[in-house]
Design a binder for this molecule. Sequence first.
Ligand code: TMP
Length: 236
Amino acid sequence: MQKTNLLYEGKAKKVYQSDNPDIYIVSYKDDATAFNGLKKGTIMGKGEINNRVTNFLMQLLEKNAIPTHFVKELNARETAVKRVKIIPLEVIVRNIAAGSLAKRVGVPEGTKLFSTVLEYCYKNDELGDPMVNEYHIAALKWATKEEMKLIAQYSLKINDILTDYLSKSNITLIDFKLEFGKLDDGTVILADEISPDTCRFWDSTTNEKLDKDRFRRDLGGVEDAYHEILKRLLGQ
Ligand code: TMP
């Protein structure tokens, strides 16, 4: 499989067309941003780690009946994925209050949530990815009610699969962000990435943060945290 045109360059990934019209090639960058691009930096080795971790978790999900865009890992930082039209939503799943939720409702980070929280944000950097609800999503035709029902079902099932799997590596899945896309025939599948950039991973014993919050909050040890996740999940 060969890359052809660069189709899109995002903050953390580039997406290329390939010689197969139904396949895109994603290339993960070491660039890191936070706060809608206001904070910029580099996390050495991040591209390769996020590529490997994402592919590992996408394959775990496929084995558990979640359809994903994963096709084949091509090399350390590049992966072939199915061509989809991205639904312009960030689906956030929360098990424990942290980050923007802790701030919004005024509870300490680490506060137990008695049930799983699903949130939707409209993917738009200029607007700061504003939170929206299912009425907005239907009214603006970003997705149908039926598609959103499926997306919610998949997201909760993904949460169960990942929470259970990560707990075996002594990692608590605090929260994470998913993106879904549609194939030409309308099938909704999981797209984008699942990595320390898009999840909060805390060591289950010490509550040490093993994710991008170390970069966002200048906590130090950013590269080490990414390497630790790679090691715990893939033994590398
Ligand atoms: P938040 O608490 O800042 O809203 O983040 C919730 C989860 O979503 C957290 O695991 C980090 C992830 N996330 C992204 O993947 N991309 C983003 O742009 C933001 C703001 C959060």
